[in-house]
Design a protein around this ligand. Structure first.
Ligand SMILES: Cc1cc2ncn([C@H]3O[C@H](COP(=O)(O)O)[C@@H](O)[C@H]3O)c2cc1C
Ligand SMILES: O=C(O)c1cccnc1
Length: 351
C-alpha cells in the first residue's frame, strides 16, 4: 500500500514574486483600479500559480473519473447504477455534456474507470482500472479498504502527472458515479461535523421523501463511522473510488504546480479532502460554479470559496468548470493584452 508522494509531501506555494508583478500590472492597465472585478483576481492568481507574467489557460486537461457505489443498494438515487458504466461509453462517443464541452473548448479529455459493477469494455480513450467492482455499501461497512483508496489516489496522481508532462496550464476534474452525491454528502458531514439533513440533496432528482431517506442512510453511515476526521480513514469509510481519484488528482496537480478549476459538489468535496490533507492545496484552486445541489454551499463556505458562476447546474462530470473556463481565458487575455496608461497616453487617476 503506497500512497502517492503528493499525499505525504507538502506542495509548493504559488510564486509571491509573480503575484506582486501581476498586481502591479493590473494597477497600470487602462481602466479604473479594480474595475474588472473578480477577473483581476483570477489573472493575478494564475500568474502566481504559473510563475509567469503572461498567464494562459489555452492548454487544459480534463480528467473524468468514474466508479460505482455500493450504497445504491439503499435506493438513494433517482437513476439505476448501470448508468455509470453506460455513461463511460457515452463519454468516449462524444455524447456526454463534458465530451461536447471538451471539444468545444479544445481541451483534452481523459476518462478513468476506477471500477464499475458492470465491467466496461476496453474503449479508446478510457483507462479501465477496475480497482474494485464498485465500493461496498457505506451505510453498513467501510466503502473501501485503505489499499483501494491508495490505488484510487495513485490513479488520480497519474493523471496529474500526465497533465504536467503534456504541458497542461490548468486541470479540470470531473465525476461520474450514480450514488456519489450520497457519498460526497457523507464525507462532508464527517469532515465538517455537519448534519445529514444539512448536506443531503436531490442529486439526480429525488423528491422530498427520497432526500429524507437519503439523509437517514447518511446518518446510519456516520454512526457506523464515528467521529474520526483523518482524511484517509474518512475517504475509505465514506468515499467513492472516483472521489478518491479526484482527491489524488487535485493533490497531484498542486504538487506539480498546475492550477485546478474545481467543478460542483462532488469535486469540491474531493478538494476539501485534499485541503484537509495538505492545506496549501487551497492556493492552487479556482472555483467555477455553485451547484444546484444544496450541500455545495456548506462545502464552499468551509473552503472560503466564492465561485464565479451560479447557473443552477447540478450535473457533475466537470461540466460547470468547463462552462467557466472561457472566463479564465478572458481574464488572461485582458491581463496580457491591455495597454498601460503610459503606453496608451491615457491620463491616470488624479493623485
Ligand atoms: C445520465 C446521467 C449523467 C450524469 N453525469 C453526471 N451525473 C451525476 O449524477 C450522479 C450523482 O447523482 P446521484 O447521487 O443522485 O446518483 C453522478 O453520476 C454524477 O456524476 C449524471 C447522472 C445521470 C443520470
Ligand atoms: O454538483 C455536482 O457535482 C453534482 C450534483 C448533482 C449530481 N451530480 C453532481
Amino acid at each position: 500500500m503506497t500512497l502517492p508522494a503528493s499525499w505525504t509531501h507538502t506542495p509548493p506555494c504559488p510564486s509571491e514574486h509573480y503575484r506582486q508583478r501581476a498586481l502591479e500590472r493590473q494597477a497600470v492597465l487602462t481602466k479604473p483600479p479594480g474595475s474588472l472585478g473578480r477577473l483581476e483576481e483570477v489573472a493575478v492568481s494564475l500568474a502566481a500559480q504559473q510563475g509567469t507574467d503572461q498567464p494562459a489557460v489555452d492548454q487544459v486537461h480534463i480528467g473524468v473519473f468514474a466508479g460505482d457505489h455500493g450504497v445504491c443498494a439503499e435506493g438513494i438515487s433517482a437513476f439505476p447504477q448501470q448508468v455509470t458504466a453506460q455513461m463511460i461509453t457515452n463519454f468516449t462517443h462524444g455524447g456526454a455534456a463534458i465530451s461536447v464541452m471538451a471539444s468545444h473548448l479544445d481541451a483534452t479529455l481523459e476518462v478513468v474507470n476506477l471500477g464499475t459493477v458492470t465491467p466496461v469494455p476496453d474503449l479508446h480513450g478510457v483507462n479501465n482500472l477496475q480497482i474494485a467492482p464498485g465500493t461496498a455499501n457505506l451505510a453498513v461497512e467501510p466503502a473501501m479498504t485503505k489499499h483501494q483508496v491508495c490505488e484510487a489516489l495513485r490513479a488520480g496522481d497519474n493523471v496529474a502527472d500526465q497533465a504536467a508532462n503534456a504541458g497542461a496550464q490548468l486541470f479540470i476534474g470531473g465525476d461520474m458515479g450514480i450514488g456519489n452525491t450520497t457519498s460526497a454528502a457523507a464525507l462532508a458531514c464527517a469532515l465538517l461535523a455537519a448534519s445529514p439533513a444539512e448536506l443531503a440533496g436531490p442529486g439526480t432528482g429525488l423528491d422530498a421523501h427520497g432526500v429524507s431517506h437519503k439523509a437517514d442512510v447518511i446518518g446510519r453511515a456516520l454512526v457506523r463511522h464515528g467521529d474520526n476526521r483523518e482524511p484517509l480513514t474518512v475517504l475509505a469509510s465514506l468515499g467513492g473510488l472516483e472521489i478518491a481519484a479526484l482527491t489524488g488528482a487535485i493533490l497531484g496537480c498542486a504538487a506539480r504546480g498546475i492550477p485546478v478549476l474545481v467543478d460542483g459538489f462532488i469535486v469540491s468535496v474531493a478538494a476539501l479532502v485534499a485541503v484537509r490533507q495538505q492545506p496549501v492545496v487551497r492556493e492552487w484552486l479556482h472555483f467555477s460554479h455553485r451547484s444546484g445541489e444544496p450541500g455545495h454551499r456548506r462545502v464552499l463556505d468551509a473552503l472560503e470559496a466564492h465561485p464565479l458562476l451560479d447557473l443552477g447546474m447540478r450535473l457533475g462530470e466537470g461540466s460547470g468548470a468547463a462552462i467557466a473556463l472561457p472566463l479564465l481565458r478572458s481574464a488572461c487575455a485582458l491581463h496580457n493584452g491591455m495597454a498601460s496608461f503610459a503606453d496608451a497616453g491615457v491620463s491616470n487617476k488624479e493623485a
